[in-house]
Design a protein around this ligand. Structure first.
Ligand SMILES: NC(=O)c1ccc[n+]([C@@H]2O[C@H](COP(=O)([O-])OP(=O)(O)OC[C@H]3O[C@@H](n4cnc5c(N)ncnc54)[C@H](O)[C@@H]3O)[C@@H](O)[C@H]2O)c1
Length: 324
């Protein structure tokens, strides 16, 4: 099977390439934006094209001859989307549109797996979202992802593209850029720095180990049905405060928590019902406890990977206030 992986040098994309590398022929296309890192795939076997998914000519070329295209390419940090929304509209909306056009014209038989997020539903105080629930995004990031999802659905209906959408909860694991909560907390704890927690720390997320997400995407690649949306979650809900406390506890650190001004529009709780993908035979393989332990061990062992990525801006306590 020949697969084009967009954004394959980022966190989840690189974990996915590693996951499928021995089962498929992989070509990665990545614009090498700040979240990408060639060291993420140092020992893997894959073809590489440097390029932007907003570049129609290039996309029409690279989708040719592929059985499937998996789209991870996106701007992904909510904080940055608050101070610089345009980059999100460009990569996440125009980029997805360009990719859809390229597939429709140059390789309409290919399967397109569009990787989206639980954030498109907005937050929920009780219960869990199902795939048919209304989209109510809160941030420019989630609004750009919701817009892309709508385009994908329109291309299925109007042009009969063989596309599916996945909506996953918060990922954690090796190779995650240090601006995100879990790597940032681990790195700051390792450096004995204060760990910033937004507001009261009560915001709840469902945390999924990145390898479980990759396995879910592979299941959808093999068995997902044209036009369907699949939620992906672990059921392991934790507040930000619980996550940071668990990290400090596992790393044997004293209390390093520093409560900082909350970011605007901060969603209270995300929760998904993922019974639909479970009907395809997938289930999460890692408990949060064990996944977090493995993740901490990886960051502690791989200082040479994160050290060059940890300037003051990246580890800043309130990055949504910065100009990016
Ligand atoms: N990280 C999470 O918790 C999470 C959860 C659910 C869904 N997602 C989705 O999964 C996907 C991957 O997320 P991630 O955490 O790995 O992100 P990431 O920021 O680590 O990686 C994104 C990659 O996309 C590339 N990229 C960005 N814009 C591009 C463009 N215009 N053209 C080509 N390449 C481009 C970057 O260079 C980078 O390598 C995203 O679509 C994100 O919305 C992430």
């Amino acid at each position: 099977m020949k697969i084009l992986v967009t954004g394959g040098l980022g966190f989840i994309g690189s974990n996915f390439v590693r996951y499928v590398a021995d089962k498929a022929d992989i070509v990665v296309v990545d614009a090498l934006k700040y979240g990408s890192n060639e060291n993420n795939l140092k020992d893997s076997d894959y073809g590489f094209v440097k390029g932007d998914i907003c570049d129609y000519e290039l996309m029409a070329e690279v989708v040719k001859g592929k059985d499937a295209i998996v789209n991870f390419a996106a701007e992904t940090h909510v904080d940055r989307s608050i101070s610089n929304p345009y980059a999100f509209i460009e990569s996440n909306v125009i980029g997805t549109y360009t990719l859809l056009e390229a597939i429709r014209k140059a390789n309409p038989e290919a399967k397109f797996v569009h990787v989206s997020t639980d954030e498109v539903y907005g937050d929920i105080e009780k219960g869990s979202f199902k795939e048919g629930d209304m989209l109510k995004p809160s941030s420019p990031y989630s609004a750009s992802k919701a817009s892309a999802d709508l385009l994908v659905q329109a291309y299925v209906r109007t042009y009969d593209l063989n596309a599916v959408i996945t909506r996953c909860t918060n990922n954690y694991g090796a190779y995650q850029y240090p601006e995100k909560l879990i790597p940032k907390a681990i790195i700051r704890a390792e450096l004995n720095m204060k760990i910033p927690v937004y507001g009261t720390g009560k915001n709840v997320r469902d945390w999924i180990y990145v390898e479980d997400h990759c396995e879910a995407i592979n299941t959808i690649l093999e068995k997902g049905e044209r036009g369907e949306i699949y939620n992906i979650s672990s059921g392991e809900e934790r507040s930000n405060l619980e996550v940071v406390n668990e990290i400090m506890d596992k790393m044997g650190k004293e209390d390093l928590i520093e409560f900082v001004e909350d970011r605007p529009g901060h969603d209270i709780r995300y929760s998904l019902d993922s019974s639909k993908i479970m009907e395809l035979g997938w289930k999460p393989g890692h408990k949060f406890e064990e996944g977090l332990k493995e993740t901490i061990e990886w960051y502690v062992k791989n200082e040479e990977w994160w050290k060059p990525l940890t300037d003051e801006k990246i580890l800043h306590p309130t990055p949504w206030k910065l100009e990016w």
